[in-house]
Design a binder for this molecule. Structure first.
Ligand code: ATP
Ligand code: MG
Length: 386
């Protein structure tokens, strides 16, 4: 397969922070970039050579993007699969629309996990009123999730008992949903895999994730951040899931580790993931370079983590300190004076609670030292300890 060499233009659907870091990685390697995003001030649009400001299904916008681009990828999973299929008529597109379509739908996603022999939490699919009565008692207490368009814990409702199910479903506007059994989590982790068009697969080490209010707050990556047996199983499962999709590109799989030592898969994202951001400074190949390489059909080599790493998400909440009026920029200097801190801000104009504004990666010589510095940085910024 002929590689698409630097000097060519790589296109990306979506202009969020993931697109911005993809653009940075592509430009570093000598590519030109094109971003399609309707927002004038989108994080990736602002740093790309070309920015097509159009809707994701606009024929003219899609034609403009494919006119600029030698190959096209996506940075968010809710890009209409039909738009990717349309682009693929003219240019190489990775990941494929068919894989993205599965990741967009929790019911299809879970069916795929099961096909690949990877267990997920017990669940039922709800596609209409009639399904409610047939739900088994074993799924309570549960968590009701819309099948499509959920992210950062949005589109979810806790359902303690059967009596709560109908009101919860109504609150999600009777959308197609899955009801999942609430599991006692010992830890959460994720694995980023990259698979080339030639079937070669590499992965980043297992990442331990802490969520708060349904949003990723902290990722830690070092030996023993996850118990060894479920850790190995997560890597094997992630590879099987990518293989089963005949996937090309970067794929992140999220898992739940349970108290009894077992591991279940939660969901997948057909793109780089927030939990893989540490790899920019903590590994010799980042998840964004992996995305460039898979898209451009360049060789994949197994990334090597050279430093233990901790990533702290910088949510808009940090701009609103107690006692202050309005949004105040956090005191970045107070954390940049610590060793091994790497500040990423996504260039979003307005801070809002829960909005991902940036992240701070900490690298250090040993897991305890990097943890200690990360806890110090968290305290200085007003992030709760972990
Ligand atoms: P993302 O931003 O990762 O796309 P999301 O909105 O798709 O988030 P999930 O990953 O399904 O949401 O859930 C968010 C978090 O809620 C999980 O990381 C976990 O902490 C908790 N959670 C979800 N499902 C369960 C479950 N079945 N049992 C226990 N906790 C759960
Ligand atoms: Mg999730």
């Amino acid at each position: 397969m002929t590689p698409i060499l630097p000097g060519a233009t790589l296109g990306v659907m979506g202009g969020g922070q993931l697109g911005r870091m993809f653009v940075h990685a592509a430009q570093r390697m000598g590519y030109f970039t094109a971003v399609l995003d309707p927002d004038e001030g989108s994080p990736a649009g602002r740093v790309s050579h070309h920015h097509v400001r159009s809707d994701y299904v606009d024929e003219i916008g899609l034609a403009e993007l494919s006119g600029y681009s030698d190959a096209i990828t996506t940075e968010f999973e809710n890009v209409p699969a039909a738009a990717l299929a349309r682009l693929a008529d003219h240019r190489p597109v990775a990941p494929a629309a068919s894989a993205v379509a599965i990741a967009q739908d929790r019911a299809q996603e879970k069916a795929h996990f099961t096909r690949c022999g990877v267990p997920c939490a017990p669940y039922a699919v709800i596609t209409g009123e009639d399904a409610l009565a047939g739900i088994g008692d074993e799924l309570f207490p549960g968590i009701l999730k819309t099948a499509r368009l959920g992210y950062d814990g949005k589109g979810q409702a806790r359902v303690a008992t059967r009596a709560d199910l109908r009101p919860a479903w109504e609150s999600l506007r009777r959308a197609d949903c899955v009801l999942e059994k609430m599991l006692p989590l010992a830890f959460e982790c994720s694995v980023v895999v990259a698979r080339g068009a030639d079937g070669v697969m590499v992965h980043l080490p297992v990442q331990r994730n802490l969520h708060r209010n349904g949003i990723l707050a902290v990722t830690e990556v070092h030996e023993q951040c996850v118990p060894p047996v479920p850790g190995l199983r997560a890597i094997e499962a992630a590879k099987a899931i990518a293989e089963g999709l005949d996937y090309v590109g970067v794929l992140c799989i999220e898992f739940f580790g349970l108290a009894d030592g077992s591991l279940v898969v939660n969901e997948m994202a057909p793109r780089p993931h927030n939990s893989g951001h540490w790899s920019i400074e903590g590994a010799d190949v980042s998840q964004f370079e992996l995305q460039v390489r898979t898209l451009a059909r360049l060789p994949l080599v197994q990334p090597r983590q050279h430093s233990p790493a901790v990533m702290l998400n910088l949510l808009g909440d940090l701009w609103f300190r107690e006692g202050a009026t309005g949004a105040q920029t956090p005191d970045w200097a107070s954390v940049l004076c610590l060793p091994g801190t790497h500040l990423h801000l996504y260039g979003k104009a307005e801070a809002r609670p829960g909005r991902k504004m940036g992240h701070l990666t900490l690298t250090g010589p040993t897991p305890p030292s990097v943890r200690e510095t990360a806890l110090d940085a968290a305290q200085r910024l007003g992030i709760a300890p972990f």
